[in-house]
Design a protein around this ligand. Structure first.
Ligand code: LRH
Length: 493
């Protein structure tokens, strides 16, 4: 039976139909639609009702194109963002987007609350400190006297919210739940103490359900509107990174991955969260995964920096710029001239990304990248070098050595980045598939319905069904020297 994955990414959302025939998986895009945040004054919101409309169109088109053969639906999207629901079941306002600046100082504010400290919050959650985590967003709403919060009865993460609109049932899916930094993986439940400390009512939070759980069917109003049957919804790894990692076609039990897209998420899969002082000092996270796993990983700012530069340059030129042109210019630019720390806070949501890069280089007394080629080269080399650092940190935390790196996600289309990554790591990169989240979303649906036995079989099938390209390391000495410079610049331990 075919399954439908709704995958909402930065920039666009997609409805992807997955099929299995003779042990091979294939995917087909039934609908693609924009997913752009809406700025109002200095606030940044989800365009949630438009997205819901597009999700419904995706379901209608997929069912029609497949002659009714859609057996289940799963939804994934990025972590941390949420909607608030009233006692009468209505959405209270437009959800905020995590790049809204209201959480700029929120980590320090939360850690200054009575009884809280970095160690306390990390030991209770195992989650890295990112200022947009749900805990800090909620704190900002309390601090600013947000009226919706005062009326809220439930909090639903974005895929939970869209699923609620479709089915009328409210559930809190586990992988996304963990990214709130309010979930305690040791106790296996929401952390009452943290929730209380930030002044939030415990009643907002529902008991988490595991990926693979059936969570309702399309409600009658939706089936009537779309002319489709009452298809069941399955909770998948609703955090897109959980789904992307589920799709890593690794054969070994222990492997290192990089989910490469707007964000770069790098780490490994573990059976239990690694909550140690060392993990906290490295600001690693332990996000809930599918099939009883956790993802020990670190966020790296990723291709967002490049995407934002492209947007800015296109605005300045008044015409489109394609990636091939940008990457060719980067290859022609001099190597290892200047580096940035991709994770410097200024790159999270600056009004002018190329200027943010120039300001970083100016402050660090490095040559300032001016042309498109110089800037792209600086971004890609810096990302690849940061990957080396994070991979080595992962090895220190797990005590394991990884022979190479699996890369999945749309970012693999950037072949220069894959090449630089292999070179910076001095290890092979196995790149593929480019479909990360949608495939992992489908895989969990198929495991739930019995079409696939378990996650190992899903990964083996993905490996047999999609190309994986190997990039071998090159220019070892030059990259080793570049890493030395990079590590000194960023004062990496
Ligand atoms: C990637 C991602 C990542 C989160 C960020 C908000 O899309 O879900 O795992 O940290 O977005």
């Amino acid at each position: 039976m075919k399954a439908l994955a709704i995958d909402l990414g930065a920039g666009s959302g997609r409805a992807v139909v997955g099929s299995i025939e003779e042990g091979r998986i294939s995917v087909r895009e039934a609908h693609r639609f924009p997913n752009e945040p809406v700025a109002v004054g200095n606030r940044l919101y989800w365009d949630i009702l438009r997205l819901y409309h597009e999700v419904k169109q995706g379901i209608r088109l997929a069912v029609r194109q497949e002659n009714g053969c859609i057996g289940s639906i799963g939804i994934d999207s990025w972590a941390v963002d949420f909607g608030l629901i009233s006692g009468s079941g209505e959405l209270l306002g437009n959800p905020y987007h995590y790049r809204d600046a209201h959480t700029a100082d929120a980590i320090a504010e939360v850690l200054a609350l009575p009884g809280l400290s970095e160690a306390e919050v990390f030991n209770r959650t195992g989650i890295q400190f990112l200022n947009f985590n749900t805990i800090y967003q909620l704190h900002a709403l309390v601090r600013d006297g947000n009226p919706a919060l005062a009326k809220a009865e439930r909090l639903l993460m974005i895929p939970d919210l869209l699923r609620y609109f479709l089915t009328g049932e409210m559930h809190s899916e586990f992988t996304n739940t963990t990214t709130t930094q309010l979930f305690n993986p040791i106790r296996g439940d929401w952390d009452d103490r943290l929730i209380g400390a930030i002044g939030i009512d415990r009643k907002l939070f529902l008991p988490p359900v595991q990926p693979g759980t059936r969570v309702g069917r399309l409600r009658p109003e939706v089936t009537a509107e779309l002319g489709v049957p009452a298809i069941p919804l399955i909770a998948v790894g609703e955090h897109d990174t959980a789904s992307a990692v589920a799709a890593v076609p690794a054969l070994d039990e222990h492997f290192a991955y990089l989910s490469c897209g707007t964000w770069s998420l790098m780490g490994t899969e573990v059976r239990a969260p690694v909550i140690t002082d060392e993990a906290r000092a490295m600001n690693f996270t332990n996000e809930g995964g599918v099939c009883g796993t956790y993802r020990l990983l670190k966020n790296i700012m990723g291709l967002w920096i490049l995407e934002e530069c492209k947007r800015r340059w296109e605005k300045e030129r008044g015409s489109r710029l394609d990636y091939a042109e940008m990457l060719a210019a980067a290859e022609a630019a001099p190597a290892f001239r200047s580096f940035i720390d991709p994770d410097d806070g200024r790159f999270l949501h600056p009004p002018d990304m190329p200027e943010a890069i120039r300001s970083y280089c100016r402050e660090r007394r490095q040559p300032v990248p001016e042309s498109i080629g110089e800037t792209v080269r600086c971004i890609l080399e810096s990302l690849a070098l940061k990957y080396r650092y994070v991979l080595e940190c992962t090895e220190r935390l797990t005590g394991k050595t990884y022979k190479g790196l699996h890369m999945v996600g749309g970012g693999l289309r950037n072949e220069l980045l894959c090449r630089y990554t292999a070179a910076a790591l001095g290890r092979p990169v196995w790149a593929g598939p480019t479909e990360g989240s949608a495939l992992g979303n489908l895989a969990v649906q198929w495991i739930a319905t019995g079409a696939i036995k378990d996650i190992a079989e899903a990964r083996a099938m993905i490996r047999a069904s999609f190309p994986v390209r190997t990039y071998e390391p090159a220019d070892r000495e030059a990259w080793t020297e570049a890493y030395r410079k990079f590590a000194a610049l960023l004062a990496l331990a």
